[in-house]
Ligand binder design. Sequence first.
Ligand SMILES: [Zn+2]
Length: 103
Amino acid sequence: MKVLIIAHCGHRRWIDSPVPMNGEQRNLEKNKPCPECLTFAGFVRAAHVMNVIYPEWRKGQALFNTLYEIRPDLANEVQGTYFDPFRVDDRIGPFLTFVMVRW
Ligand SMILES: [Zn+2]
């Protein structure tokens, strides 16, 4: 059967499933990065959406967490460096430049 998944970023996709999916399985699918988000612009957009879903996150936190979902390789490069915006929003500028260049 076809199941419509609406990802947290707002993108929609149909997936094949042999049986009806429960809420937990649907949530796993919702959390998967979708192809539309696998661009730099898509990543920035998805981070904004995460900020709406989790308003308690700072912007830098949302950007880092979203990068970790979509490009864990880049997130690992950034983590703990001067460009890591997880705890310091002032680093968002250098962070975005770094990620854009390395994408
Ligand atoms: Zn998406």
